[in-house]
Design a protein around this ligand. Sequence first.
Ligand code: HEM
Length: 538
Amino acid sequence: TGPDTVSPTGQPTGADQARMAQSGSSLTNAQGSRLPDTDHSLKAGPRGPVLLQDHHLREKVMHFDHERIPERVVHARGSGAHGVFRSYGTAAGVTKAAFLAEDVETPVFVRFSTVLGSRGSADTVRDTRGFATKFYTSEGVFDLVGNNIPVFFIQDAIKFPDVIHAGKPHPDREIPQAQSAHDTFWDFVTLHTEATHHTLWNMSDRGIPRSLRTMEGFGIHTFRLVNAAGETTLVKFHWKPKLGVHSLVWEEAQIISGVDPDFHRRDLADAIEAGAYPEWEFGIQTFPDTPDQTFEGIDLLDPTNIVPEELAPVQPIGLLTLDRNPSNFFAETEQVAFHVGHLVPGIDITDDPLLAGRLFSYLDTQITRLGGPNFPQIPINRPHAPVNDMLRDGFHQTAVHRGVAPYRPNSLDGGCPFTAGADMGGYVEAPVRVPEATKVREAPESFADHFSQPRRFWLSMSPVEREHIIGAYTFELGKCYEQAIRERALQVLANVDPELCAGVAAGLGLPAPEPTEPLADVEPSPALSQVGHTWPTD
Ligand code: HEM
């Protein structure tokens, strides 16, 4: 869809760029007509009425009136940066993705975000952080739209509107703006106990990162890689910060929210400007692509599960360096549109039901947020690969398409585009067997265990991290108005661990309940603790 004035790297050139950059020496109106004055409306005399015929006034104010676009329905507060991804080539045996071959460099744009707060909310609130990466590969765009917490609240995307309704400010008073310290949040996560694992990570130090530069990132879902021989491997994607994983303590986070609400945004931009480029190693955990899609008894299609690194080590496959700040926040950080369906040959999805819903949701929301179906033409979203997609017209179309036959095959346009099979670099979905089944609205039995993974997380924490977790639950639940919700939360915690439950109960001045089911027999995973975190190894 690219217009004629787009360079091979996807950037506008020539007159198009000059117009976009507002670079002429004389002030003009939007039609390029030079203006003698932009400070005074046209009037019938200096003290007379303003004239309707003043088109400059009308155009200037009209455009200002339309400067805002809707903020993202989630992840509204974000900070972006450009960079480069250098592949080590160590994944070449499991994927044919060209950008993961040895020594390939790929431009990237990364957007970090909080989930619940609005665009103007503070950076250091307790929340999950988004970690979305757009790889402009030679085979098209690959987006990895992940978070800094490796599990999600829910197992099925059909509950996403519900969990977000519960997490966003109360509909009556529109408070709290950006935190989970309120009744609807705790009501939801205690009634939907699959949320226990993610909530525990939120209440841990991971919920208040020290810097965006010291956060891990996770693709969360299990993905399927395909190699040149057509063999498939299941994987989980990880980002490991070279600076190590570091968090704030709660008192720091609260003070910074007041003193410098832009703390994370400023830190990222300042570091890049000073040449202290943040780096993350990209890694994969690999699992055999067996028909049951489990590993060591862990259901790989359940996004509330991790696979401990002790069972499946993270293997480094490349290095991400962020080295350039955006020059225009709106054009880059605000207009960027990530999508889990933006895949390249060699990377495929799995049947995780949360991932399935995401494949629809992002496109739907971006049609509204970015004003129609042509947002892939916005410079930050343009692939750095040739585009020949037969899509035409629509709101905000900026391309002048050639030819009369946007369909194929055709005999009018002097040769129609060929379609590329896998041998010509085409994206061919992995031919995965779909089991014979009956249509049902239900979850598999393996999705029913909501406590053993949270228990593993708790058991993996050092004493100071446990203290912080108890403090966080106490603070957040202390903000609930409904006593019944606090009591239900304690019941959930009793099923995770008695020490955790007793600590929070003491903080809230309530009795600690007994567990309603036997405590899971799980081994700790030292890699989960920030104190025990051993990456990077060099
Ligand atoms: C936005 C991550 C689940 C709907 C985002 C963003 C991230 C993210 C990082 C911000 C992207 C940006 O910076 O522009 C995740 C992760 C999920 C998850 C890691 C689970 C593993 C879901 C689900 C849905 C959903 C289940 C809906 C069914 C959205 C929407 C946006 C969004 C509508 C706004 C996109 C935009 O306006 O461009 N998500 N999300 N997400 N997410 Fe998710």
